[in-house]
Write a protein that binds this ligand. Structure first.
Ligand SMILES: *[C@@H]1O[C@H](CO)[C@@H](O)[C@H](O)[C@H]1NC(C)=O
Ligand SMILES: *[C@@H]1O[C@H](CO)[C@@H](O)[C@H](O)[C@H]1NC(C)=O
Length: 184
């Protein structure tokens, strides 16, 4: 018993960080990287809350955080594409123009998800400029959808779609802010 205590004291003197501080430093350090990384982005709260929702973010480096955030964007774009496809089926069959526009928009949001997928591949090869470009592309696809609605004066741009457009763009802005600080 006495020798166990002695050994413990000896170890604490030799490796004080391991015994007393490591768990705390570990947690703070991980959160600190998320916070520092998100400070470089336009939407700090969105950035922190999105990253915190993914358990792997506490073990990720800055590039890993970018990839997790891109995953959030892919899920978001895919969700909106599916939403638009479902609208397509629930729309009255005798509204061919609305159907055409909804289909076009569903495609654009799925291209946005593809572009984000490409940016993950680019980050894997350290092609930061291409990654940046693909995220910019993803952020631009919702505009093509909005323009499709504009082309037909009788069609109003749904507020639900405006909300989803802003959501995806904000996510892309956060990703761009992170990629900007990857040191390329
Ligand atoms: C967390 O991020 C990783 C890396 O992008 C991804 O593979 C995983 O699916 C994400 N998990 C969740 C729950 O979204
Ligand atoms: C993603 O899309 C959903 C709609 O499916 C939206 O409610 C949300 O605000 C968007 N943003 C994030 C960060 O999930």
């Amino acid at each position: 018993m006495g020798s166990t205590i002695f050994l413990f004291l000896l170890l604490s003197l030799a490796f004080p960080h391991c015994i007393f501080h490591q768990p705390i430093v570990f947690v703070n350090g991980d959160m600190r990287l998320i916070q520092e990384t998100c400070k470089n982005t336009k939407y700090y709260d969105l950035c922190v809350s999105s990253l915190k929702r993914n358990a792997t973010s506490t073990k990720a480096d800055t590039k890993g955080l970018a990839i997790i955030m891109i995953g959030v964007g892919m899920a978001n774009a895919t969700a909106t594409s599916s939403y638009l496809s479902s609208q397509l089926f629930s729309t009255t069959p005798n509204d061919p123009i609305l159907k055409k526009v909804l289909k076009e928009c569903a495609d654009k949001y799925s291209y946005a998800a593809d572009a984000l997928q490409n940016s993950v591949r680019d980050l894997g090869t350290e092609s930061f400029d291409y990654a940046y470009m693909h995220v910019m592309g993803a952020s631009d696809y919702p505009n093509a959808c909005r323009n499709a609605f504009r082309r037909y004066p009788g069609l109003a741009y749904p507020s639900e779609l405006a909300r989803r457009e802003a959501g995806l763009k904000h996510i892309c802005d956060v990703v761009l802010g992170i990629i900007d600080h990857l040191g390329w």
